[in-house]
Design a protein around this ligand. Sequence first.
Ligand SMILES: C[S@@+](CC[C@H](N)C(=O)[O-])C[C@H]1O[C@@H](n2cnc3c(N)ncnc32)[C@H](O)[C@@H]1O
Length: 428
Amino acid sequence: MTPFRCSVRDRTIVAHWRRSRKQPRIVASRLAVARRRGDYNVGVNDDFDSITESTPLLAELRARIAADGPMTFRAFMEAALYHPRFGYYTTSAGSMGRGGDYVTSPEVHPVFGALVAKQIFELWNVMSRPARFDIVEHGGGSGLLARDILTWVSRREPAFAGALRYRIVETSPSLREVQQRTLADAGLADRVEWSTTATVGVTGCVLSNELIDAFPVHRVVRAGGVLREVYVTLDEHGRFADELRAPSDPAIASYFDDLQLLPGEGCFAEVNLDAPRWIADVAASLDRGYVLTFDYGYEAPDLHAPWRRDGTLLCFSRQSASSDPYQRVGKQDMTASVDFTTLRRSGEAAGLRTLGMTDQSDFLVRMGIGDTIASVAQERPGEMEEYFARRRVVMDLIDPARLGRIKVLLQGKGVELAPLLGFEGDPA
Ligand SMILES: C[S@@+](CC[C@H](N)C(=O)[O-])C[C@H]1O[C@@H](n2cnc3c(N)ncnc32)[C@H](O)[C@@H]1O
């Protein structure tokens, strides 16, 4: 079973595995027992992988460290994920979905895209049905969310379909190709435009799903009451290893100052400085409309709670999760939970108003996911097998221990306040 990028169970087990790495036999047997029980998806990476492995990316990173000294973890993560030739997202065209490294909501079932489309249709109505409405999706993955939104709109709301212009902002050339194939297969290729950066003059909705948790992060640890940053160096065997240094950027200390908190003593934490920059760019790109963000994350006090000793960094590869970023460099995904307090406040500083925040579980239930599942039973009573299959799959979307715990944030600019289906009872 392919893991979701951040399930609670994965985290707990991975944290345990990380603490116990010095006792590989015990860990291996625990893993074997848990696997037999079918409890979770977590793999033990081969510790020798990174020493014996030689890829152009590893060679380049080792040469860089040898020449320039240790690099920040952020620079390492950026290279591992987004190196223009060898990064995970540059090369990993087939990494998402049931057969890939991890599963996101659009990969689970088209009902996710259909219910997001229904919410955006309501936003178009609140804006008094402008003649042109843009959906700008940042980080389109395999293109399924675009496909499912456009399919729902064309079938269900032809007037909205006439106003809709869909753009995907995608930095990975290989994923852009995958998106183009997905949309061409659905006969929707001519309904979508692409760009690599946010375009200005948007009237409509900027949308993203699991984008911000894939931004490269600084890693810090609080040691002796002082913040230290994790740099990546090479040990005597040529393996990547942590080295603690003074923070590379004053913005790291300012980030915690603004929140008026620090990680607990001895705790690791991630600082995503790209997230506030991204939301400021998005706010500037929007003339009038909304920003609808789905991502794994927490409010800052929860994200940096003293019991979260290892931070939230997780890596995904070959259907297993680990917390070791130095394995399979460039061949595994890396993710860190989003600080929604800072994201919200940065949006507000850039002119966005926070309109609602909820969990995906509540959002999808309010949007009518229950009725959608039940409609199979009512419309085609002979097809109970399909009903149960669909129900099982769709439950993953709302399971609070899985995709259901993803946060959904709605921000707006130049729009009227109005009660909205997906956020009713959860005003910001
Ligand atoms: C974890 S994947 C999520 C994909 C998709 N939204 C989904 O839910 O399946 C992250 C996506 O964001 C893209 N991406 C990363 N940084 C980006 C940026 N700064 N601007 C636009 N896309 C970006 C990646 O190439 C990839 O398509």
